[in-house]
Design a protein around this ligand. Sequence first.
Ligand code: HEM
Ligand SMILES: [Cu+2]
Length: 611
Amino acid sequence: MSTINHPVSSHDLHHAHHDPGFVRKYIFSTDHKIIGIQFLITTLIMLMFGGALALAVRWQLAFPWSYVPILGNMIEQFALQGGQMSPEFYTMLFTMHASVMIFLVIIPVLAGAFGNFLIPLMIGADDMAFPVLNMLSYWFMWPAIFCFTMATGLGAGLNGVEGATAGAAAGWTSYPVLSAIQAAAPGSGAAQNWWLLGLTLVGVSSMMGSVNYMTTIINMRAPGMTLFRMPLTIWAMFITAILQAFALPVLTAAGFMQLSDRVFGTTFFIPGGLDINNTDPSVGGGQPLLWQHLFWFYSHPAVYIMLLPAMGMVSDMLAATCRKPIFGYKPMVYSLAAIAGLGFIVWGHHMFTSGMNPALGMTFMVSTMMIALPSAIKVFNWIGTIWGGRPVFNTIFLNCVAFISMFIVGGLSGIFMAAVPVDVYFHDTYFIVAHFHYVLFGATLFGVFAGIHFWFPKMFGRTMNDTVGKMHFVLTFIGFNCTFFPMHLLGISGLPRRYADPYIHPYLEHLLNMNQFMTISAMLMGVAQFLLLGNFFYSMFFGKKCGRNPWNANGLEWTAPSPPGHGNFDIPPICYRGPYEYSSPLVPDQDYLPQTHRLTSVPNPNPTTAT
Ligand code: HEM
Ligand SMILES: [Cu+2]
C-alpha cells in the first residue's frame, strides 16, 4: 500500500503523558470531536423541543380552540378555559418553533456539530486552530438556550402572570413595530427581550465558530491538501464560515438596536405618531423598514448558512455510496461560492410587498432568479454522480436522494416566489411555509440524517442499525411530504400564515379537513423521530463495532482510528490526491483510492503495478 515513511507524530509524543480528568475530557473539553458530539446531542434534543412546539401549532390549526393534550391541564390559565390555548400562546408557539429550529437546531447542527467534528479530521489536522474559543462557542449555546426558554414565557410561568401573552410574539423575523413597541404585543415585554438576548448569544457562538473554521481551513491542512483537493464538505464549511463572518455582525447590531428601542427608549425602528392599543402616540422618527433590511441582509445569507454545509456533506456521501467520483468537482466548488456571493444581494425578495420601488423590486427579482443557476448546477452534478454509479441502497443513500429531490421542490417554489407579481399574491401565505420547509427540512435535515449515519462510526467506533435507519427514513419521508406538500395548495387557496384561527373567514372554512390530515401526518412524523433517537443512543453503546473505514471511503478522516484519540491521527496523513477517486483504474484490486495513497509513478502506465 502506501510507500510513505511516516515520521513519528510529534503531537503524540507531546500528548502521551497527560490524561485530562472526566470534566476536562467530556464536559469542558477543547477537543473538536467532543465539542462536535456535544453540539450534535444538544441539537437533537432541541430538535425534539422544536418539534413539540410545531405539533402544538398543528394541533390548533387542525382542532382550533379544543382541549390541548397534556398542556391543557398543565397550564393553569388553559385549564380554566377548558384546556384550550390562547391566541397569544399560539403566536408564541410559532415564533419559538421557528427560532428554536433555526438558531438552536439547523445552524448549530451543521456548523457546530458537523463542522467541528469533520473539519480537522478531513483536512488532516490534529484539532482546531483555537480550541478554547471552540469550547466557548459550544458553551455560549447554553445561555442562548436559557434565553429562548425564557422567551417561551416560562419566566412568567407560561400561565400569563404578566397578562395573557407573556411569550415572544413577533415571529422569528421580529418585525417592528410589533416587536419594538411594547404595547403592540402586551405582555411580551420580558419575553421579547429574552428573545433578543438569546439571538445575540447564538450570534456570538456562531461567530467564534466561524473565525475558528476559517483559520483552521486556511492554516492547518495536511501536507499535500491543496485547496482543490479539499472535500466539498470542507469547501462548504469554509464558504459558510465566510458568510457568517460577513452577515452576522449586521444582525447582532440590529438586535442591539431593537433591544435598545425596547429598553432604553431609542427609536431606531419606531416611527412617530403611532397610536397602538389606545396608548399615547409613539414618539420617534425611526423606520420599521430599516429592521427588515438589516434582518434580511443577515437572514437571506443565513438560509444558505443553513444549507451549504449539507450540500457539501451530501456530495461526499453520494460519491462514497455510488462508488463514483463526484461529477464536476470544480463546478461544484464554484457554484457553492456563487450561491454564497449572490446570497448577499437578494435580501429584498422578502420585502416585495413592503412598498418598495418597482425598479428596485425588479433588481432583487433578477438577482434571486440568478441563484437558480448555481443551484441547478449542483442538482445536475448530483444526478450526474448517481447516474451510472453503483449505489448502495442504505439509509445514507436514501436520505441523500431525499435531500436532492426535496431541494428541487423547494428550489422550484423559490423561483415562483422570486417573481414579484406572483409573490405579491403568495407573500405571507402557506405557500411560503411550504417553500422553506422543503428547503430546510426536506433538504437540510435529510442531509443531516444521512450525515449522522455516515459519520457515526467515526464518532463512536460503531455503526447505527441500517434497518431502523430505513424505517426512520420511510416514515419521515412520507410524513414530511404529507405534512408539507399540501401547504402549497393551502397557500394558493389564500390561507395566510401565522393566523391562530383562519376559519373565521368563510373562504377558508373548507381547508379544515386538509389541515387535519396534515396534523395527523406531522404527528406520525414526530413519533418516527424516536426511532432516530433510539437508534442513535442504542448504537452508541451496543452498535456493531467497526474499523477505521467501514464505507471504504477516500477522505483523510477514514485513516484515523474510530473513534480517533486525542490529536486525531496516529500516523500524520499526507495527501496525494482529491477525495473522489472511486472505481479508479489506477488501483484494480479495490474500488477506492484513498487520499493518503501514493502511487509509485503518476500517471501510472500499467495499473497492475500500482503500489
Ligand atoms: C436553498 C435554501 C433556501 C432556504 C433555506 C430558503 C429559506 C427561505 C425562508 C426561511 C423564507 C421565508 C422568509 C419569511 O417570510 O419568513 C424564504 C422565502 C423566500 N425564498 Fe427561500 N430559501 C431557499 C432557497 C430559495 C431559492 C433557491 C429561492 C429562489 C430561487 C428562494 C426564494 C425565496 C423568496 C423569493 C422568498 C420570499 C417569499 C415571501 O416572503 O414572499 N429561496 N426562503
Ligand atoms: Cu431569502
